[in-house]
Design a protein around this ligand. Structure first.
Ligand SMILES: [Zn+2]
Length: 280
């Protein structure tokens, strides 16, 4: 934040009292003291106040560790701090850990709306619209669907180089800047799985891939959740409450580049992943 301090110039001309030579006094600006204030800690799910930290100056770093929340380290900007009320192992696996086993800074979209392109066929577009509406509501962001190419492009291409015979679809993060998502591809082997019809191998794979496209680099450690790595027809075909909460925390209270378990990088040295990443 940039604050401009106005320079007070006192032009003391005639009428300044005394009849001598008019003088012109320049009063140097008095720096406005920035008051330190307590940091109110709130629950990221409910918004209710959890605790508060001793007064600090805006611009300074703070750390807060409270039972039931991820340990938070960030720069104080005069705002309340919203703590992430989830298990550290769960969030680290789902949000930060890519299939190469490495943890990355949080990747997420900043632009609005996020445009999803899909094959120009009425049934396919309708199926994509349903899943996009669901993931957009879960994250609390605006998303639209168009035929063809989008920020996220969904396509069917059986020859796209699937990592294994058992892979139904994959998501590829192709372009980002400082871990802000710029371009993502979701590729299905078969249109049956894309539109989730009777011949689909597994429930709602598109919603699973859209979860990856919005920034879940990894998978849920809860076996039957939608973002679990393996699936069967009987599994959940919508996001679980934990998955929705993770998406909301990412999009409402955190920025791209946030580091596991819940640390805001200092300054602007958010590091971009150097290569495209891919997940099934
Ligand atoms: Zn996956």
């Amino acid at each position: 934040m940039k604050r401009t301090v106005g320079v007070l110039v006192c032009l003391c001309g005639l009428g300044c009292g005394g009849g001598g030579t008019p003088t012109r006094a320049v009063v140097p600006p008095t720096p406005t003291p920035v008051p330190s204030r307590p940091i109110v800690l709130r629950d990221g799910a409910t918004g209710s106040i959890v605790d508060q930290l001793a007064p600090q100056l805006p611009g300074s770093r703070f750390s807060a560790s409270r039972a039931g929340y991820l340990p938070r380290t960030a720069t104080f900007r005069g705002d309340d701090a919203f703590l992430w009320p989830q298990d550290q192992g769960y969030v680290t696996a789902l949000v930060y850990t890519a299939p190469d086993g490495k943890t990355y800074g949080m990747g997420r979209w900043m632009k609005s709306p996020v445009v999803v392109g899909a094959p120009d066929d009425p049934r396919t577009l309708a199926a994509v619209q349903r899943s996009v509406d669901e993931v957009a509501a879960a994250a609390g962001i605006a998303m639209t669907v168009v035929p063809g190419v989008g920020d996220i492009t969904v396509e069917v291409d059986a020859g796209a180089g699937f990592p294994s015979d058992r892979t139904i679809a994959f998501t590829r993060w192709e372009e980002w800047s400082g871990l802000e998502m710029r371009r993502v591809r979701i590729v299905f082997r078969s249109n049956n799985d894309l539109v989730d019809n009777r011949k689909a191998l597994c429930g709602n794979v598109l919603l699973h891939e859209l979860g990856h496209a919005l920034g879940f680099f990894g998978h849920s450690t809860e076996g039957r959740e939608l973002m679990a790595a393996f699936c069967s027809r009987g599994d959940n075909d919508t996001f679980g409450e934990s998955e929705k909460l993770a998406l909301r925390m990412m999009y409402r209270y955190r920025l791209p580049g946030n580091l596991a378990p819940d640390t805001e990088p200092e300054g602007t040295r958010a590091v971009a992943a150097a290569h495209p990443l891919q997940v099934e």
